[in-house]
Every structure is written in C-alpha cells, then in structure tokens.
Design a protein. Structure first.
Length: 102
C-alpha cells in the first residue's frame, strides 16, 4: 500500500509540474493576442455606447451632411441600404421554421 501511495504522490508531482509548464506556455502564447483582444474589447465598448446614445450617431450624420453634402448623400444612401438589409435579416431570423411546424 505504501508503494502505491508513493506512486500516486509521484504522479501528482509530475502532473502539477506539467500543469505549471502548460500554464507558462499558454501565457506566452496569449501575450500576442492581448493587444488584439483589447482592440476588440474597445470596439465592443464603443458599439454599446453608440447603441445607448443613438442621437450622437444621428448628430454626426447631420454634421457630415452639412460639411460635405455630396459625400453625405452617398453615405445616406449606403445607410438606407444597410438598414434595409439588417431589417430583412432580422425578419428572416424571426420567421418560424416551416419544417417543424412552429
């Protein structure tokens, strides 16, 4: 029984050292992702802010139209197309599945 406990203890030490080595390797590999993930996090925060304050986006659009009317018209047209596309995609997502009878 004592030999069995020693074998288990040795296996445990080996597993703990392997886990430490794997954590170190994972940390080194994740360091290259840190700036990219921070940028994505910042983008998500900006998107959430804009969704909470849509008047700011509308105000920016009005300013763009006043400063550069031609370019503003082009972006207005693109915005309408994007809005229609998003509306259609939302409609498709909400449609019941005809096969399941829902």
């Amino acid at each position: 029984m004592n030999g069995e406990l020693e074998r288990i203890a040795e296996r445990r030490r080996w597993l703990v050292s392997q886990a430490a080595a794997q954590r170190f390797v994972l940390e080194q590999e994740m360091m290259q992702w840190k700036p990219r993930l921070a940028l994505a996090d910042r983008g998500i925060a900006i998107l959430r802010y804009v969704r909470r304050h849509p008047a700011l986006l509308a105000g920016a659009g009005v300013m763009a139209m006043l400063l550069r009317p031609r370019r503003g018209a082009v972006w207005l047209q693109r915005g309408i197309i994007a809005w229609q596309l998003v509306s259609r995609l939302r409609g498709i997502r909400r449609m019941p599945d005809r096969k399941s009878g829902s």
